[in-house]
Design a protein around this ligand. Structure first.
Ligand code: CP3
Length: 345
């Protein structure tokens, strides 16, 4: 069995630890920047299956990663539901925002297939590409945003680190807020099912804005819809492992998340101390959590931190990853150094 799937499905430690990196496809690789410049925009790249396949395979060719993350974005779901989407340089994503009942009524699931089909085609091409190029050990990871995180962008319409309009709607119009979450959840189930049918062998759900929610809201607004997605996928595809990444969630939230039924793996941010791992059952795979700043810095600090993570995870099923995405300025040689340190161990 492929190393990544072996750890996630059989829940046992494996040496060397399987590895992939969040944001491994993209920004920091010169071959990505070249293709990106050619295509003019990020979305042109995402909706061109041949090109999206290329970007997905770029880090696999360089580093033989154990996981290939589909090249797409969490904002494809609101885009497919009818919210115009644009990525402006230095500003991040911009969507036409949904804050009122009449905004909401403009959204529709009628055309989602037209957008999702492109991504499914990318999944098919990646699986073929991995086979043709001889990467038999690499697993294709599909993904989506968790409903709360997607709702943050959809309600705010943009956003870097704060989403006050999403927070306000949650407090002031819970009915409309719930309708938005419910629409995103249902469409996400369709979208992830399609990725699996097209060849995704594992799924990661990104909850990037988990830390904006208090304890009661975290259960209701983050975990409840995520549980609904897991339940729907596990009924249809019981053999497909699911990872959840509640970015910068506190330890109480992480313990709550570890109780999600059917969850195979929990991804930990760079801020989680390695001593916390002992609090998580060994029936749950952990993933993470090297600080991307340390990868950026390279050198001895990088080697030391890699070994610290290997030591702390020796007796538990673990997937090596960063605690968030690769920083754009990271020299590709530092990624090579990381792989060498991990695989020579
Ligand atoms: O290697 C990979 O991870 C590729 C696939 C991928 C992208 N985005 C490509 C991308 C994945 C898994 C994502 C997830 C994603 N997208 C998240 C969750 C993870 C996280 O970072 O917290 C979120 C919140 C988004 C939303 C998003 N997409 C933002 C805020 C931005 C703009 C700011 C930024 O970080 O660049 C994007 C654009 C985006 N998504 C790029 C890439 C490669 C940059 C596009 C470019 O200009 O080339």
């Amino acid at each position: 069995m492929k190393p990544f799937l072996d750890v996630l499905i059989n829940k046992k430690p494996r040496t060397p630890t399987p590895i992939w990196l969040m944001r491994q496809a993209g920004r920091y690789l010169p071959e990505y920047r070249e293709l990106r410049a050619d295509k003019g925009s990020f979305l042109n790249l995402v909706y061109a299956p041949e090109d999206a396949k290329e970007v997905t395979l770029q880090p696999i060719r360089r580093y033989q990663m154990d996981g290939a993350i589909l090249f797409s974005d969490i904002l494809i779901v609101p885009h497919a539901l009818g919210a115009d989407l644009d990525f402006k340089k230095g500003e991040g994503p911009i969507l036409n925002h949904v804050r009122t009942k009449s905004d909401f009524e403009k959204l529709t699931r009628e055309h989602e297939g037209k957008y999702y089909e492109k991504i499914y085609e990318t999944c098919c091409l990646i699986r073929k590409g991995l086979e043709v190029e001889g990467f038999d050990e690499t697993t294709l990871i599909g993904f989506a945003g968790a409903p709360w995180t997607v709702a943050c962008y959809l309600i705010q319409g943009h956003g870097k680190t704060t989403f006050p309009e999403a927070q306000r709607l949650l407090k002031e119009d819970k009915d409309l807020f719930d309708q938005i979450i419910s629409l995103i959840t249902d469409s996400t189930i369709t979208y992830l099912s399609g990725q699996i049918e097209a060849g995704a062998e594992a799924i990661q759900i990104f909850e990037s804005w988990a830390s904006l929610l208090g304890s009661a809201d975290f259960k209701q607004v983050s975990l409840k819809p995520v549980q609904k997605i897991i339940n729907a996928l596990k009924i249809k595809y019981p053999h497909i492992p699911i990872l959840f990444f509640p970015k910068t969630a506190n330890e109480a939230h992480l313990l709550e998340a570890s109780q999600l039924k059917g969850l195979d793996g929990l991804s930990l941010s760079y801020d989680v101390p390695l001593s916390f791992l002992k609090q998580l059952p060994t029936t749950l795979v952990t993933q993470g959590n090297l600080d991307p700043e340390i990868l950026l810095a390279g050198g001895e600090a990088l080697s030391k931190n890699v070994h610290d993570i290997i030591d702390a995870t020796r007796d538990r099923p673990h997937i090596f990853n960063l605690g968030h995405g690769v920083i754009k300025e990271t020299p590709p040689e530092h990624v090579a150094q990381l792989l060498k340190a991990l695989r020579e161990n």
